[in-house]
Design a protein. Structure first.
Length: 173
């Protein structure tokens, strides 16, 4: 089951004198922010806050966001910095073919081509060269590179990922 909300940005600091914040995008395209009207801020210390997006603009590889009612840098720092901008899971942007959101992969069963169950994806780690599936095998953890050499089929709707050639990664039987 997908999470109730998906993170699209992390607010890193206040910017300027009108209550804008600089945010690190956690989405594949900055244009994604143009479609956002209302969001939820999830803050580790301050809980959840419903917000209306007043405006946004790119700022290098980040975005500047302005929320209605947050009009000073002090208010932005106090209420927003350190929080995560989230949207309902059913509002996520479409992805290119053969790409998936982490929430779609987390919890998927990993099975070998022959049908043997290997484990469950607990996390997707972003490495310099490729993403890696962190799989809980029940007797430990294995890291499987998310590349076509190993990943044969991904079926998030069935919560299933089929892999091949991972015997050496699993260690002695």
């Amino acid at each position: 089951m997908p999470p109730a909300r998906v993170t699209v940005a992390r607010i890193v600091r206040a910017k300027g004198v009108r209550g804008e914040v600089r945010a690190e995008p956690m989405t594949h395209t900055l244009g994604r922010f143009a479609a956002l009207a209302s969001v939820w801020l999830e803050h580790p210390q301050r809980g959840e806050l419903a917000l209306e997006v007043e405006r946004w603009r790119p700022d290098g590889d980040h975005v500047l966001l302005k929320f209605r009612g947050i009009d000073t840098p002090e208010a932005a720092r106090e209420r927003l910095v350190g929080g995560y901008v989230t949207i309902p899971a059913d509002q996520v942007a479409a992805l290119p073919p053969d790409t998936y959101y982490v929430f779609q992969l987390t919890g998927c069963k990993v099975v070998a081509e022959g049908g043997a169950e290997i484990g469950v994806i607990r996390a997707v780690l972003s490495m310099p060269s490729t993403d890696v599936y962190q799989v809980d095998t029940g007797s430990g953890e294995v890291l499987i590179p998310a590349v076509r050499d190993f990943v044969v089929e991904v079926r998030p709707e069935e919560k299933r990922v089929v892999v091949r050639g991972v015997d050496e990664l699993l260690g002695p039987a």
